[in-house]
Design a protein. Structure first.
Length: 210
């Protein structure tokens, strides 16, 4: 009976070690500076003990079970919470963009990707729902491209102005080395930035660093 209790206790201590990094049952709720090598050496003795008792397969099984569990949790936690989705949605729908869609377009085409996310990624992950047709126009372009945005009625002056800016950005993308003068005119007309210039032309003397 005592042997069975010891086996059960050792299994519990191993599980504690896998989850908390130590097998003595202590858990710190606040951040704490730790010596990982020292703590591992001290609290992993339970593994050696169980292996010496002929329970190596059980040790491996518990470790595999733990790894599988953490992998599943990591996959399930990739989604965004409500607060995060709301914050992103409110940024795209802010008042500064509702009456100035070109401003949002400028940011969306200038900063295409940051920290591994594109604007398209953010809009889809946050399920952004545009509050005005001006915001919808920009989001349609960012997510689906120019063809989608061309379906909007350009009798709206703000939509028309934003549409012209999109055309300027798209034309700049297509510029080759023999169209430098045209690219310069696009930059001046639409106030394009360095990020709008095709990468292969950035080394041109026209756009190189002084």
């Amino acid at each position: 009976m005592a042997g069975q209790n010891n086996e059960s206790l050792n299994s519990q201590r191993l599980r504690r070690f896998l989850i908390y990094g130590r097998d003595d049952g202590r858990y710190f709720v606040n951040e704490r500076r730790v010596n990982v090598v020292r703590d591992f050496s001290q609290h992993s003795r339970i593994i050696d003990r169980m292996i010496s008792e002929g329970r190596g397969l059980e040790v491996v099984g518990l470790i595999k079970e733990f790894v599988k569990f953490t992998s599943t949790q990591r996959e399930d936690s990739r989604g965004w919470g409500r607060a995060q989705r709301k914050a992103v949605s409110e940024w795209y729908n802010q008042a500064a963009f509702q009456n100035n869609p070109k401003k949002l377009l400028r940011l969306g085409t200038k900063y295409k990707k940051r920290h591994g996310y594109t604007h398209r990624d953010l809009i889809r992950l946050a399920h952004v729902k545009p509050k005005t047709h001006h915001i919808e126009f920009v989001i349609q372009y960012i997510v689906k491209g120019m063809c989608s945005s061309s379906n909007f009625d350009d009798s709206d002056g703000l939509i028309r102005e934003a549409g012209q800016f999109i055309k300027g950005v798209e034309q700049a993308k297509e510029c080759k080395g023999n169209a430098i003068n045209h690219l310069i005119s696009l930059i001046r007309r639409y106030n394009l930035t360095r990020e709008h210039i095709p990468t292969n032309l950035l080394n041109s003397r026209m756009f190189g660093e002084p």
